[in-house]
Design a protein around this ligand. Sequence first.
Ligand SMILES: Nc1ncnc2c1ncn2[C@@H]1O[C@H](COP(=O)(O)OP(=O)(O)OP(=O)(O)O)[C@@H](O)[C@H]1O
Ligand SMILES: [Mg+2]
Length: 242
Amino acid sequence: MRFGGVTALSGVSFGVRPGEVCGLIGPNGAGKTTLFDCVSRLTRPQEGTITYAGQDLLALPTHRVAALGVARTFQHLGLVPSLSVRDNVMLGAQHGSRAGFAASALRLPFVRAGERALRARADAVLERLELTRVAARPAAGLPYGTLKRIELARALAAEPTLLLLDEPASGLAHGEVDELAGLIETVRGDATVVLVEHHMGMVMRLSDTVVVLDFGKVIATGTPAEVREDPAVLAAYLGTAA
Ligand SMILES: Nc1ncnc2c1ncn2[C@@H]1O[C@H](COP(=O)(O)OP(=O)(O)OP(=O)(O)O)[C@@H](O)[C@H]1O
Ligand SMILES: [Mg+2]
């Protein structure tokens, strides 16, 4: 993946097994978010392949990627501030809805039934993430920790089979990080998770495997214990030559 003269990802190759939590770590600018952008098709790499559930993702139109069950959170939050918390979460649930724009605008009966189902799904996720209390409030003005949880709720409402989490713990207080880790534990089993995080304790606790990126290349792959001891990884984080 190149942006003009910048090569953001180069020769990156790894697999994630169904049902596992894969930690994706690396220093700032390593290419972690760009990799998510490629998988969720916010951007398109000039070369390479991305396969999910036997399908070549790069051959599909973007909306089909979401329909396959790929959902993500955004490092800098993908919420609409003026919308209520519930509506933000319903937007996340929407990809499964079959109603077209015209049918939605006319509010045909099957659309209303679909909306009720979306709302029920959103409300279940809000409850699970202890957000019911703020469901009717606009997202704007809520504390950052709450916004991070809404961002996660939005992704979970899509009932993903592949969940890409981009720094879900950043900016959270200590206790909130523990709660979040517990929550991700409960998602395991429903979805395969790729977890981008700088919070090493959380990555090491949750991940079955860890992939380490540095300057757009994979420099290590292994279990948390293996990666933690890897000289190239230590060097990358210390900013010295390996
Ligand atoms: N849209 C873009 N245009 C130009 N360069 C970009 C773009 N997106 C990313 N880059 C560059 O690609 C590289 C990887 O950035 P990326 O945001 O993926 O890193 P990251 O690993 O997510 O870092 P962080 O931990 O700080 O979030 C950086 O050099 C960045 O400047
Ligand atoms: Mg990033």
